[in-house]
Design a protein. Structure first.
Lengths: 244, 362
């Protein structure tokens, strides 16, 4: 089991009286790519937000890279530094230029020199094809460019795992592809990824496993081909028929 | 001809577009004609500028000799004349540093700002107060500058000393309180809430009375904290509570995603706040901060109630002088003008900051 970089065991979480996660079990191996889908409000985002403890779960265990999160109150920042996250709303820092957005965390969290961090940032911006926008501010970029900058920002921390929380849902249709292309390249480069998305084309292309969630539960987990060809539960079939 | 036509068109659309706008325009023009010339006459044309005694004031206009004769006192208070160079030096250093900081490179500017915030205030206090270094146990006594008791400090220079100190300290304290009030730790949260609500709930005059009259009663008999210092601390804490609420407004305006993003990059609480949250929150509330600073500046005359005479206090004192009775109006007009100039400058400066920091969004 040592090659499992993320392990969730019996995770339960409530917002007040409302249970968002019900007894979730999940293991993710190194370099695996997992796509999570399901109707809105099914707990997909909450699930991946629990993995870097942006949300706290109340029951069960979440182990990331060998560290159990509830026991890691002091080390939580170290774990977060290893887990990159990309948000639906990009969440770039509007008061900093794109390159500063990327270089900030390496400088302050990893104590890198300013020059080194900036080189790293430009390198990562090159990878997401927006190095020409490096000196601009986030507000001057298109949505697709902003999201790619956000991916570059996360990559600058050299994370072991990347979490994507509906990265294309806030984008205009013509910009979705440029972001997905970057994510495909990233997947091919061997990154461990958990992606919450409705982009089934992307899922078919890169995912090793598919997870279907509904009402806080993992209804179905299957190898990608199997998942699309022979969904087992009725709920999954219905969902797939609606979005494909 | 084209020009006149344009004026006609312009006034037609802007001043006389219908009957009630026409009426309003006429009333306002009438008010201008009625009040502006007498005002100008009083201020300038009938006013007396030359001379050095009350007897030389004639006519119906203002007697600016009053201000001229008392000018030094209005600026320096009762500070000993032969020591005034020390106040001048302190403010010259301030002005010089500020002006240089505008013209030098970012890197050097950083050091000037550090100097202005962390070294200058204490240097200035030492220059103006001139407290000797006196370490009894080592029998060291260095009377570098003659000591000037804070009771004789006064005038506009005292206004500035108080305002600069109170602003300098109420700002960081306000930020800490604002963060404290949003803390997840109950002790810190409720301590901040209690502090803010206490200081916001009492009038400044009460604070000053307490600082000057009541506070010493609680101290051991031989300790003596300077009265001016007590008042400045009182004003600082009072304004810090307001500042905290202004800053909290900015903190609440930030979307949660900014916190999420900072945390997801592995930043701790202080890094997140100092690098991501506060720079954005403070930018949003620049108008509120300027507002608090302006209010603070105009609150300083209240130390009159504990017998300290800053600018407005000195004007009152001058007006009460038996040789100069009857010039209160001149005094207050002058005071209003001076306060207005400084408050308006602060307002303009804050607007410039807003523009400078907002360019990145365009």
């Amino acid at each position: 089991m040592s090659d499992n970089i993320i392990e969730l065991k019996g995770v339960n979480k409530w917002f007040g009286d409302f249970q968002v996660l019900k007894n979730v079990d999940l293991t993710v191996g190194l370099k695996q790519k997992i796509v999570v889908c399901g109707p809105s409000g099914s707990g997909k985002s909450t699930l991946i937000r629990c993995i870097n403890r942006l949300e706290e779960h109340q029951q069960g265990q979440i182990t990331v890279d060998g560290i159990e999160l509830t026991k890691a109150t002091k080390d939580i920042e170290k774990i977060r530094a290893e887990v990159g996250m990309v948000f639906q709303q990009f969440n770039l820092f509007p008061h900093l230029s794109v390159v500063d957005n990327c270089a900030l965390a390496p400088i302050w969290v990893k104590k890198m020199s300013k020059k080194e961090a900036e080189e790293l940032a430009l390198q990562q911006l090159e990878i997401v094809h927006i190095s020409d926008q490096a000196r601009k501010f986030p507000g001057q970029l298109s949505g697709g460019q902003q999201q790619r900058a956000a991916i570059a920002r996360a990559l600058c921390m050299k994370p072991k795992i990347m979490l994507f929380d509906e990265p294309t849902s806030a984008l205009d249709p013509e910009m979705i592809k440029e972001v997905l292309d970057v994510m495909v390249e990233l997947a091919k480069g061997g990154m461990t990824m958990i992606v919450v998305t409705h982009e089934m084309g992307f899922a078919k292309e890169v995912a090793d496993h598919m997870i279907f969630m509904d009402e806080g539960m993992i209804v179905e987990k299957a190898v990608t081909k199997e998942f699309f060809a022979n969904p087992k539960s009725e709920r999954t079939k219905l969902f797939l028929s609606q979005i494909l | 001809m084209i020009n006149i036509n344009k004026i006609y068109q312009w006034s037609r659309t802007n001043l006389f577009s219908n009957w009630y706008n026409s009426l309003l325009s006429l009333i306002i023009v009438f008010a201008f004609i009625k009040f502006i010339p007498p005002l100008l006459n009083w201020l300038f044309f009938d006013a007396t500028f030359r001379g050095s005694s009350k007897a030389e004031c004639y006519g119906d206009g203002a007697c600016w000799i009053f201000i001229k004769v008392w000018f030094k006192k209005l600026i320096y208070g009762l500070y000993p004349e032969n020591q005034i160079w020390r106040i001048n030096l302190a403010f010259l250093i301030l002005i010089f540093s500020v002006i240089t900081s505008i013209f030098v490179k970012q890197k050097i500017r950083k050091y000037i700002i550090i100097f202005l915030i962390f070294i200058f205030p204490f240097l200035a206090i030492w220059l103006i107060g001139g407290f000797a270094i006196d370490i009894e146990s080592l029998e060291i006594y260095i009377p570098i500058l003659e000591e000037v008791d804070t009771r004789v400090w006064g005038g506009l220079s005292l206004t500035f000393i108080m305002a600069i100190f109170a602003m300098l300290f109420c700002f960081p304290i306000g930020i800490i309180l604002a963060l404290g009030r949003r803390s997840e730790l109950p002790t810190i949260k409720y301590a901040s809430v209690a502090f803010i609500e206490f200081w916001r709930g009492v009038p400044l005059i009460t604070v000053l009375f307490m600082a000057s009259v009541m506070f010493p009663l609680f101290l051991p008999a031989d300790t003596n904290v300077d009265k001016l210092m007590r008042c400045v601390i009182g004003i600082t804490l009072f304004e810090a509570a307001y500042m905290a609420e202004v800053v909290r407004g900015g903190l609440q305006a930030l979307p949660r995603g900014q916190y999420d993003a900072a945390k997801s990059l592995g930043m701790g609480y202080w890094q997140m706040n100092s690098l991501i949250i506060l720079p954005q929150a403070l930018k949003i509330v620049i108008p509120g901060i300027a507002n608090t600073f302006i209010a603070l500046f105009k609150d300083t005359p209240l130390i009159l109630v504990v017998g300290l005479l800053e600018f407005l206090g000195m004007i009152k004192l001058a007006g009460a002088n038996p040789d100069w009775l009857g010039f209160a109006v001149e005094g207050y007009v002058f005071a209003a003008t001076v306060y207005w100039i400084f408050c308006f400058s602060m307002s303009r400066y804050s607007q410039r900051l807003e523009i400078r920091f907002s360019t990145e969004r365009k």
